[in-house]
Design a protein around this ligand. Structure first.
Ligand SMILES: Cc1ncc(COP(=O)(O)O)c(C=O)c1O
Length: 351
């Protein structure tokens, strides 16, 4: 992320690199500050964590189990660990964060093989999963046990409710679980016009990695079990996985803020709207090609190779596919219309 210092003070810059590059939403920061009073018991045995758990239950139903962790990689790894033995396999899209961006942590923590399937728009299909589902009962083969989907996907697309439901049905009919990497579940739910529950549990998801960080929090993620039995030993897994926060109140307070007064929804809605605006603006530029449907807060475009470095001099962002000259531009809860207009103008001038 480019940063400019003015008299030693960091100047505020907003890039389109990642929703992780945004700061903390002011209401979340206020909640952290409000929790910063006196001493409370550590490790989650506190009123802030009770309140956060109550909020999760308001959204997802009273019979869930929820565990707070610090980051999304851990939410994924520990979720998968709770569902598998080391001879199992996890089926996912080839672009899945668990497969491409977690440094093999899911394999390390679960001992399982990940089976990546081609998915040009980031979405698994039942047909693809069916093809990969074989070797059942054969002692020489890993046994598929989990189908993992990312919602919204790494390509900025969003599974339709029917697509998730069909994958869940297939998984359950074949003695598998459906895990959802919901690092951007808020963006997806908003995009679909659904509540958090309707976008997950009601579609048959068994375990959700719930993302708070990209939605305006600071290192706040959670694992939500819709069948409590699956989360039975998770207290111990989380501790062994080094994800039990001693000062948990400060993470819990963030969730209470995000899950109250529709803040999660407003933040996601805004980020999605800014991505739609960016898409409209850059779509008109010759030699800029939108490569995936813009359904959440990311815009994937193919641009002339020589323009990338020039654009990156002013705005840092990631190259998604070097060979195809595809880059990823992400919007956040704090992206402004002005940011979008200025960036689109710069793209038009540069490209
Ligand atoms: C799809 C997806 N899953 C999970 C994560 C969580 O990653 P981290 O461990 O950096 O919080 C990310 C972050 O970029 C992501 O994009």
């Amino acid at each position: 992320m480019p940063s400019a210092t003015v008299s030693g003070v960091m100047k505020a810059i907003r890039s389109f690199a990642s929703d992780n590059n945004a700061g903390i939403h002011p209401d979340v920061l206020k909640a952290i500050s409000a929790a910063n009073r006196g001493h409370v018991v550590g490790y989650g045995d506190d009123a802030y964590t009770d309140a956060a758990v109550r909020k999760f239950k308001e959204h997802f139903g009273p019979d869930i189990e929820v565990f707070i962790v610090f980051n999304g990689t851990a939410a994924n790894c520990l979720s998968l660990k709770a569902l598998t033995d080391s001879y199992h396999a996890v089926i996912c899209a080839e672009a899945a964060h668990i497969y491409t961006d977690e440094c093999g942590a899911p394999e390390k923590f679960t001992g399982c093989k990940l089976i990546p399937l081609p998915a040009s728009d980031g979405k698994l299909t039942v047909e693809a999963v069916r093809d990969a589902y074989h070797g059942i009962g054969d002692q020489h083969h890993v046994q598929p046990r989990v189908v993992s989907v990312t919602q919204a996907t790494e390509m900025g697309t969003v599974y339709k409710p029917r697509e998730v439901r069909d994958l869940a049905r297939f998984a359950h009919e074949h003695n598998m679980f459906l895990h959802m990497d919901g690092a951007r579940i808020a963006n997806a739910a908003v995009s679909l016009g659904l509540t958090l529950r309707e976008a997950t549990r009601d579609l048959g998801v068994d375990v959700l990695s719930f993302g708070g960080t990209k939605n305006g929090a600071m290192g706040a993620e959670a694992v939500v079990f819709f069948d409590r039995r699956l989360g039975r030993d998770f207290l111990y897994r989380r501790k062994q996985g080094m994800q039990l926060a001693s000062k948990m109140r400060f993470i819990s307070a963030q969730f209470e803020a995000l899950l109250s007064n529709h803040l999660w929804r407003e933040n996601a809605e805004h980020a999605n709207q800014m991505a739609a605006l960016l898409e409209q603006a850059v779509r008109k530029i010759p030699r800029v090609k939108i490569v995936h449907e813009v359904e959440a807060n990311g815009v994937f475009v193919q641009i002339p190779r020589q323009a990338i470095a020039k654009l990156q001099k002013r705005y840092f962002f990631y190259v998604w596919n070097e060979e195809q000259s595809v880059v990823r531009w992400m919007c956040s809860f704090d992206t402004t219309e002005d940011d979008v207009k200025q960036f689109a103008k710069f793209v038009a001038e540069t490209v």
